[in-house]
Design a protein around this ligand. Structure first.
Ligand code: SAM
Length: 190
């Protein structure tokens, strides 16, 4: 694509209505677990997904022994409210125009503290006893780390990332996707 040209996806079309969505914020978060082995962590992830209003949870090749419907760490049965999709590869479940964010403690990963979350993001997390596969790391749009001295527990990592996104939603300067004109704060100040 030549300089100055807009990506076809971004080309503005004339709108046929003046109505705007009533949603407070634009965008969404999806959580994907790559090869999780412990139902304890899957349950905590489902619980976090519901608490932080995550739109979907993707489980890439779960252990068959994980009984998703009956996890003690998911007492609210989050799967009744948040779609849970089981797939072979996490990256196959990225929706249209959604940014993939691998969450992994690598040397060259971006620091979560400074990270501006994408408006539409799929956060991918690795297995308890390993790391996100190289193929996934290479293909993700971003790799982000929580700057700590040792790796965190998988479910703890999910909670920290979703909390960080929620926190930054309330900060206009670092809001997911940048300047989102539809937040409550903007509507109130109009
Ligand atoms: C328990 S960790 C895996 C063990 C880890 N690879 C190790 O060297 O001990 C499980 C997953 O949690 C995520 N994770 C844990 N700590 C992290 C951190 N500080 N920053 C980013 N991701 C982290 C990654 O997705 C990781 O694959």
């Amino acid at each position: 694509m030549e300089d100055g040209q807009q990506h076809p996806r971004r080309r503005k079309r004339e709108r046929h209505t003046d109505r705007v969505s009533g949603r407070a914020e634009r965008g969404y978060a999806i959580v994907a677990l790559e090869n999780p082995t412990d139902g304890f962590n899957v349950g905590h992830t489902l619980r976090a997904a519901m608490c932080f209003d995550t739109r979907m949870v993707v489980i890439a090749r779960p252990e068959t022994s994980i009984d998703m419907g009956n996890l003690p760490t998911d007492p609210g049965r989050a799967w009744r409210h948040t779609p849970v999709l089981t797939v072979d590869k996490a990256l196959d479940s990225i929706p249209y125009d959604c940014t993939s964010v691998a969450v992994e403690l690598t040397d060259d990963a971006e620091d979560l503290v400074e990270f501006q979350h994408p408006e539409r993001a799929c956060y991918i997390f690795g297995p308890e006893n390993g790391s996100i596969s190289k193929e996934t790391l290479d293909r993700c749009d971003h790799v982000v780390k929580i700057p700590v001295h040792l790796s965190l527990n998988l479910a703890a990592t999910v909670n920290v990332v979703l909390y960080d996104r929620m926190l930054k939603l309330r900060r206009p300067d670092i809001r997911p996707g940048g300047n989102n004109p539809r937040t409550t704060r903007d509507r109130d100040s109009e």
